[in-house]
Write a protein that binds this ligand. Structure first.
Ligand code: GLU
Length: 553
């Protein structure tokens, strides 16, 4: 007779640690009552997905609000999907959003007492637990080839039973240890499977922190826990890691709900208390009238980099994601006049079950509000960083004259109802290009949009007078009075009311004469505050532009 101990020793001779050693190495955390230990556990398979930013933000906020710990674990056991170096990008991008782990994997080295935080460095831990499961008869080597598994699947199809490696269909679960040892010794490749005691005729229940009680078919599948490459599967790594890292709340994507019975089955087999789960709804998209998950392949907005390239401030995206997470957030921002996420009483329980539809208009709304309220220096630094990475024209303009750009960004900013025309920094250059002479000349050469029916002689006469008489360096009312009086001399009504009462007595209203000046200087009949624009351009530039317009008519 070969005992389980002998089998375990044959499979894992190098493992000398026990589960008890691990329990001692990773003691329960000494945290105040209610403090949550949460984590973000991505696989390094490429870019930061918008849904992952959402999940990590929720994990981070939950830990911070409760005075707990948020850690980062790198799940790099699927070596085929791993993209070298992408973990650094993930960590950098999260840090850019202020989501910095208290402990976890960092490219420059782990931080924290519950590591290693990279799964590929935790083989000893997984094998220790597996060795003990084998001794307890709750794990076993499986020698099936892909063809064997195919044959089992076909047999199940024919007998119309549920597919999977369970019960009588789990071919190798009841092999004798003698047979196992013989096969191992003769070099037959193996994986390790969990020995489930579950029954799919029964139900298993758990309480999800977002969804309340969830009842699912119990697990009875003997899932693979250690692959032939010596690395664990997600299911087993999750159970071991979140146990020994002392996670209290697993916030992860809702696609893991169906696997939860497997995880609970393993926690039961190991005699460990399972952490709480919070399955985060996916962000959805409307596609030809159908709701579907944001897709890496189809939707550019599935990648966080898409927003950064367009120049959305990181705060805008976080604030938008918070509005999806807690539907009372927007109301709160109005009542509290604050977009400070640290002050918002975020609650994981208030996450809506229905995956929210991604709504760029809503993102733009929040972003405009945030940019408008941002202190000028901060906005300028963000615009500068954005421009240097993504917007060469804006970058050149800033480098040529930073103070000029800062003055432009400051237009209608420092007031109770600041201007809200930029949703993202990529919107800026097209809206301000008229400030730069070369761009202005280009606009001018395309023809200026003066109001139809206003004679060129009148425009020329009015603008000539403006060149001569318009004051600079005065306050807005004084400036406007002068425009009015110059306009008045050319037959414009002094007030809109006067004009309305008797339009035929005038060549236009006071607004019409301000518009002539606007079109001449800006090249468009729309712009923010004209007085501020004129002050930024200054007398010389303005004068040169008016001269050019007059000459062109
Ligand atoms: N590595 C898994 C994923 O990227 C993590 C799921 C979890 O948070 O447990 O989906």
């Amino acid at each position: 007779m070969v005992s389980n101990e002998e089998l375990a020793e044959l499979l894992f001779p190098e493992i000398k640690t026990t589960i008890a050693d691990l329990e001692a190495r990773y003691p329960l955390r000494n945290l105040p009552e209610g403090a949550q230990v949460t984590r973000f556990a991505p696989s390094p398979t490429g870019f930061l997905h918008t849904g992952s930013l959402f999940t990590s933000m929720i994990s981070y906020m939950t830990a911070k609000k409760s005075g707990g710990v948020y850690f980062f674990r790198l799940e790099d056991t699927d070596t085929k999907r791993t993209i070298a170096g992408s973990e650094r990008d993930l960590i950098d991008q999260l840090a850019h959003f202020g989501i910095i782990a208290d402990e976890g994997y960092f490219p420059e080295g782990d931080k924290g007492a519950y590591g290693p935080y990279k799964q590929s460095a935790r083989a000893e831990i997984y094998k220790t637990v597996i060795k003990e499961l084998i001794i307890r008869g709750r794990a076993y080597p499986d020698f099936c080839t892909p063809e064997d598994l195919d044959a089992i699947r076909k047999a199940q199809e024919e007998s119309k039973v549920l597919p999977g490696y369970y019960g009588v269909y789990a071919r190798d679960r009841n092999l004798s240890n003698e047979e196992r040892v013989a096969r191992i010794k003769s070099g037959v490749p193996w994986v390790i499977r969990f020995y489930s005691n579950g029954d799919h005729e029964r139900k298993t229940k758990f309480v999800d922190a977002i969804r309340g009680e969830i009842e699912l078919q119990d697990n009875d599948t003997d899932v693979v826990i250690l692959k032939s490459d010596g690395l664990p599967t997600y299911h087993f790594a999750h159970v071991c890691d979140d146990h020994f890292m002392r996670t209290t709340l697993i916030s992860r994507g809702e696609e893991w709900i169906p696997s939860t019975p497997i995880h609970l089955d393993m926690f039961r087999a190991l005699g460990w208390k399972a952490p709480k789960y919070a399955h985060i709804p996916s962000i959805m998209k409307l596609d030809h009238g159908n709701k579907r998950k944001l897709s890496k392949r189809k939707d550019p907005e599935a990648a966080v980099s898409f927003f950064l390239e367009q120049g959305y401030p990181t705060e805008s995206l976080l604030v938008y994601l918070m509005s999806i997470a807690n539907s009372n957030f927007e109301e709160w921002t109005i009542a509290n006049k604050s977009f400070d996420l640290a002050k918002f009483p975020f609650s994981i329980k208030k996450i809506a079950l229905e995956g929210a539809l991604f709504d760029q208009d809503k993102l733009n709304y929040f972003s405009k509000e945030l940019i408008a309220r941002m202190p000028l220096d901060k906005e300028f630094e963000q615009v500068r960083a954005y421009a240097s990475a993504y917007d060469p024209k804006l970058d050149a303009a800033i480098k040529a004259d930073p103070a000029y750009l800062k003055a432009i960004l400051n237009i209608e900013k420092d007031r109770k109802n600041p201007r809200k025309d930029y949703a993202k920094y990529g919107d800026i250059y097209p809206l301000i290009r008229f400030f730069f002479d070369e761009e202005y000349d280009q606009i001018l050469s395309g023809g200026l949009p003066f109001k139809e029916g206003v004679g060129h002689d009148l425009i020329k006469a009015f603008l000539s007078d403006v060149r001569e008489k318009m004051p600079f360096g005065v306050d807005e009312p004084t400036w406007f009075e002068s425009i009015k009086s110059i306009g008045g001399a050319h037959g414009f009504a002094l007030s809109n009311k006067e004009y309305k009462e008797n339009p035929s007595a005038f060549v236009g209203s006071v607004s019409d004469c301000a518009e002539l000046l606007r079109v001449a200087v800006v090249g468009s009949n729309q712009s923010p505050n004209l007085h501020e624009i004129l002050e930024i351009l200054g007398k010389a530039k303005t004068d040169a532009r008016l001269a050019k317009v007059i000459a062109s008519l």
